[in-house]
Design a binder for this molecule. Structure first.
Ligand SMILES: [Zn+2]
Length: 147
């Protein structure tokens, strides 16, 4: 029996069939949990809330509906929300949460938010947000440089 601990403990033990099965089981489990909900999820590019597309269509964005007018408007949803996002966080109490402060989400509705939303907002959407008194900060990571 050859056992060569050639990798650090955090590495995936390639030589071991039994562990490999466990690993696959783990992968399958987490993948199916995500698959269930991720397919039609979209993130608002203004506030970064993540909702199923159907909910955006039915109820609009809980934070930005006033100026985005996403309700029953597939084009607006396509423009102002993105299906490419990372890092979900759940906000139960946006007023008092340090995560909310850190993500600049204070004052927003409780819900699930993405840490990063990738997408380009059309000029007129940015203008509409600014008219509504919202300072649009790109949430794709490009606005995080200055500090
Ligand atoms: Zn929004």
């Amino acid at each position: 029996m050859k056992f060569k601990p050639s990798r650090p403990p955090s590495g995936y033990p390639l030589d071991c069939a039994k562990d490999s099965r466990n690993y696959q089981g783990y992968r399958a489990r987490s993948a199916s949990t995500i698959k269930m909900s991720l397919r039609s999820l979209r993130a608002c590019m203004i506030c970064s809330i993540v909702q199923p597309q159907a909910k955006f269509s039915r109820e609009g964005c809980p934070n930005c509906e006033e100026f985005l007018e996403l309700r029953h408007n597939g084009d607006a949803i396509a423009e102002a929300t993105s299906s490419v996002f990372e890092g979900l966080i759940t906000l139960a109490d946006p007023e008092n949460s340090w995560v909310a402060k850190w993500q600049r989400l204070q004052g927003y509705a409780p819900g699930t938010y993405a840490v990063k939303v990738v997408g380009v907002l059309p000029e007129e959407v940015i203008a509409a947000a600014e008219n509504a008194g919202i300072k649009y900060i790109p949430r794709d990571g490009s606005g995080e440089v200055e500090q």
